[in-house]
Design a protein around this ligand. Structure first.
Ligand SMILES: [Zn+2]
Length: 312
């Protein structure tokens, strides 16, 4: 009798495969725990592959509660052939300018079984960002887990008036610098890099969090420079609200992971407001996630392409 051993590809492999294929792995944020189930169901039903992720501000400012609570919910619905769990933004300095005990949070998440992590030192100087990221990468790699970092300023999470977007885009203010990116990747050994090329985060504070996001553009020439300079998979945060033609072109040019938060969060919140039913809100998240995977990104049926053939 022939024994078949199916070896699951690591998350690092899957993201590398996506990059090689000119595709990307979507990463869905779950600020409310009941969002986990419908997102996973949508990914499976569309025969695609995705990450489920939670960021520190989702358990501080929303209702994700803690990395442990998200992991517990994830394990109830886990489909290892289709989804993995990722720890999104753990900032060294947060959106309210407070210092965060980032090392202990990330250590705890790795111990809980998170399959990839992110440290966000983008509010630090280049030297400090390198130092903080290096420490996290070392810890993650010891556990066999890939580490994402951020260089440049993907704005939008801060409280206060929204940015004059066109001004920001034209000036390139806060964009990831290609020379700094080369040094950053070399000295930190990070696996994936979140870049700022015109993308912005959805607002998360006050009344602004319900507003439709400004339609962002991306500087594709700049992205190409960053891609050639770093050689590693690049990540686009603030995927909701970027003009579709820019997003699809960016994926062809080396964006191998796209974070999607606002789009499915607002689907959940508005359905819950209208119906007062968590089940109805979950349905809204399921429909929105299916639509994103199938119609918006064209990723339905691509799971095998990024996860590869199982080893026999
Ligand atoms: Zn982000």
């Amino acid at each position: 009798m022939i024994m078949k051993t199916i070896q699951l590809q690591s998350t690092a492999d899957v993201v590398n495969n996506a990059k090689k294929a000119g595709m990307m792995v979507p990463a869905f944020n779950v600020p409310y725990l009941p969002m986990v189930e419908p997102v996973i169901r949508a990914v499976v039903d569309q025969d695609s592959f995705a990450l489920i992720e939670t960021a520190r501000l989702e358990w501080i400012k929303f209702e994700a509660r803690s990395p442990a609570a998200v992991m517990e919910e994830f394990m109830k619905w886990n489909e290892p052939d289709y989804v993995r769990i990722h720890l999104d933004h753990v900032p060294v300095i947060d959106e309210d300018n407070q210092r965060v005990g980032f090392l202990s949070i990330i250590k705890e998440a790795i111990e809980l079984g998170y399959q990839s992590v992110m440290v966000d030192g983008s509010r630090l100087s280049l030297e400090e960002n390198i130092e903080a990221t290096r420490q996290v990468v070392e810890m993650a790699h010891q556990a066999g887990v890939p580490c994402e970092a951020e260089l440049g300023a993907v704005l939008g999470h801060e409280a206060g008036p929204p940015l004059p977007y066109e001004e920001l885009f034209e000036s390139g203010l806060g964009f990831t610098d290609a020379k700094e990116a080369v040094r950053f990747v070399r000295e930190t050994d990070c696996d994936w890099l979140s870049v700022a090329i015109g993308n912005i985060h959805g607002a998360v504070s006050g009344a602004l969090k319900d507003k439709k996001k400004v339609e962002a553009r991306l500087n594709l020439d700049h992205l190409e420079r960053l891609c050639q300079a770093t050689g590693i998979p690049l990540v686009l945060h603030g995927g909701s609200g970027v003009k579709r033609e820019y997003l699809l072109a960016a994926i062809k040019k080396g964006i191998a992971k796209v974070n999607i938060g606002t789009e499915i969060r607002q689907a959940y919140e508005s359905a819950l407001r209208e119906s007062a039913s968590v089940a109805a809100a979950q349905d809204a998240v399921y429909e929105r996630t299916c639509w994103l995977i199938r119609d918006y990104f064209g990723l339905a049926g691509t799971r095998e392409l990024v996860t590869g053939q199982p080893e026999i």
